[in-house]
Structure formats: C-alpha cells, structure tokens
Ligand binder design. Structure first.
Ligand code: FAD
Length: 316
C-alpha cells in the first residue's frame, strides 16, 4: 500500500488532535507513517499514533530539530520524501504546518494544496472557498502531493496500526540552521480548553458591545467548561484577542455545542463553525441569518439571556 507521511503536531510530548485527524484521512489514501520531529517522543505518544492507524513512526528526536524553527522539519520531510517515496505528505494547516508545507513544496519541487477540508481518493483535496459557499476538488500534478489540512476538517477515528519505529537522523545544512530559537516563552495556559479542540465553544460578536462585556461570555464559557470564541467584528474592535476569532480568516471549530451570542451569522463566520454538532444562537433580531443555521434559537437581548443561562448551568 502507498505510504502517506503525516507530520505530527505535538506539545510537551502530547500528540495534538489534528494529527489524529490527519492519520484518519491518510488511511483513506494508503498506509500512514507518522513523522515525529523534535524531542519528547515517548511510548505513550507512539501508542496514541498507533491507535489512530500509524503503520510506521519515523522519529527524529533531537533538540536540533526544534532549535531552528521550521527549517529542520522541512529538511526531515524532504529527506523522507526522497528515501521513502511516499504517495502524499499531510501536514496540519496551522501557521507552522503551512510554512513547513510551503518550504517542502519548494524543496521537493512538488505541488501543494493548502487549507484542504477533506481528501478524496486520487489523491485529490477538497477545499472550501468563498466562505464555505463552494467546495472544489483539486489535484496536484507535480512531484509528491503535499496537503495542508485544516484542523477539525474531519473526526478522528481509531484504527490500530503497527507503528513500527524507525529512528531518523536529519542532516541539516547551514541554511537550515540560519534561524535559531533563542527563547521560548510559555503561553499562559488558562483554565479554558483550547479553542480548536474544545467540545463546547461560546462565542460573542458585535452584539456583546464592549471588551468589558465579554465577561458575560466568559462566565457562561466557564460554567460550561467551554472555550471562548469571537466574531471578526469583536476582534477587530479590540474587544477580544484575534487568536480567538472564529471564521474564514480565523480558526475553524467543530465542537459538540456552539453558542453564538450577538453574532449575525455572516458567511465568513459560518465558514469556521458550521460543522458544529449543535448550534445555539442568541440574537435580538429574529431575522438574523444565524437562525437559518441554528438548531436552537433564542430571540432576545444577550445581556439578559446569557447571565440567566449561566445561573441555570451553575445550579446544576
Ligand atoms: P454584526 O454582523 O454586526 O452582527 C451583530 C449581531 O448582534 C446582529 O445580528 C445583532 O442583531 C446582534 N445584536 C446586537 N445587540 C445584541 C444584543 N444586545 N443581544 C443579542 N443580539 C444582539 N467574520 C468572522 O466572524 N470571522 C472571520 O473569520 C471573518 N473573516 C472575514 C474575511 C473576509 C475576507 C471578509 C470580507 C469578512 C470577514 N468576516 C469574518 C466579517 C464578516 O463578514 C462579518 O462582518 C462579521 O462576522 C460580523 O460579526 P458580527 O456577527 O459579530 O457583527
């Protein structure tokens, strides 16, 4: 079966959910080989990759791989493309993943498709364009197809793989070492789950009214153990940080429950949340487009409804 390389995204030794999604997609194309770059590989991490179908795990567990930003990861993948001749390479369409994918395409003289939302036999990538209004299928016609797939594009499904381990030594050129990591500042990890991995997301839009008023959204999120999201209107106004923006130019989320408060439901916002299992909209305008998408809608002022909802949740 054709080998499909999957670059593992990991934080502090833990495999991120998007990698499990990529392994699930890779199985539709062939035999997935996970590629672990940097320190922190462990028996637990390997078991997790095996659980989602990795037949092979290439491990380049050296500090040097993570000490020079993204270039060594590109070098590692380029080395494996040359030695293993995979049928495709999958990376997460995160900021780092897309940079690795772009550099890899140049290095291996291959075609690349970014922001894929699915893969079809071929290998052909599915992309969602015009804010989710149109889906297109695209094929790479040159070199080894490289696909950067958006997180939450698919649901990870377990399937046991052999996870045969192969240690790899990456040969880095002087150019690969040109940028060096001089300091790592740990991002403050709040009590809330990560936006793209959360089971529940509570998002606020222009209807929230101000940065201070976002406390109302945060209180409901904390009562539900949810992540907080925001529309672009709210992030552009400086009411909430841009990293929490949901939508076409923000993050894609696919939680079990998405609560949109004071969000009209513009197509660019929908593009980032329309695959949520259950959508609840709170909006004072009964004609707001978000109600076309919502499973449950509450027409009213969010400043009255959201605190009441929080109070009810807190009682349970
Ligand atoms: P509005 O559209 O102004 O809606 C506010 C809603 O709040 C209204 O429906 C109103 O009835 C309701 N409301 C007001 N007060 C209350 C209240 N007290 N109680 C209850 N409801 C109330 N947008 C994104 O979100 N994410 C993106 O990634 C994104 N990318 C974009 C990319 C491009 C290229 C472009 C052109 C636009 C993009 N946008 C994106 C912007 C998008 O088009 C909308 O402008 C934006 O989503 C609107 O945000 P909103 O729903 O919060 O604000």
């Amino acid at each position: 079966m054709a080998e499909i390389l999957v670059l593992v995204e990991h934080v502090e030794g833990e495999v991120k959910k998007v990698t499990l999604e990529l392994l699930t997609l890779a199985r539709t194309l062939g035999s997935p080989s996970a590629v672990w770059a940097g320190p922190g590989s462990s028996a637990d991490a390997k078991a997790r990759l095996a659980e989602y179908g990795a037949d092979k795990v290439y491990i380049a567990d050296s500090a040097e791989v993570s000490d020079h930003v993204v270039a060594p990861k590109t070098a590692l993948l380029a080395q494996l493309v040359s030695s293993a001749s995979p049928a495709a390479v999958l990376v997460a369409a995160t900021a780092e993943g897309k940079e690795v994918a772009g550099r890899l395409a140049i290095r291996t003289d291959s075609g690349i498709i970014t922001d894929a939302v699915g893969l079809v036999d071929g290998p052909v990538a599915e992309q969602s364009i015009f804010g989710g209004g149109v889906n297109v299928h695209s094929r790479v016609t040159k070199g080894t197809p490289i696909f950067a797939v958006r997180p939450n594009a698919t649901t990870p499904e377990a399937s046991t793989g052999a996870a045969a381990e192969e240690q790899v030594t990456v040969t880095l050129s002087e150019a690969d070492k040109a940028a060096k990591v001089v300091e790592r500042v740990k991002q403050e990890k709040g009590a809330r789950p990560e936006l793209t991995e959360a089971a529940i997301v509570v998002s606020g839009g222009r209807g929230v009214g101000s940065a201070e008023n976002f406390a109302v959204i945060e209180k409901l999120a904390d009562a539900l153990g949810a992540a907080v999201g925001a529309s672009r209107a709210a992030t552009d106004a400086g009411w909430y940080p841009h990293q929490f923006q949901v939508g076409q130019t923000g993050k894609t989320v696919a939680p079990q429950l998405y609560i949109a408060a004071g969000i009209s439901g513009a197509i660019q916002h929908r593009a980032g949340m329309q695959t949520a299992k259950t959508i609840v909209a709170i909006n004072k305008d009964p004609e707001a487009p978000i109600f076309e998408l919502a499973d449950f809608g509450v027409v009213g002022d969010l400043h009255q409804i959201v605190p009441q909802l929080t109070e009810e949740v807190d009682k349970r």
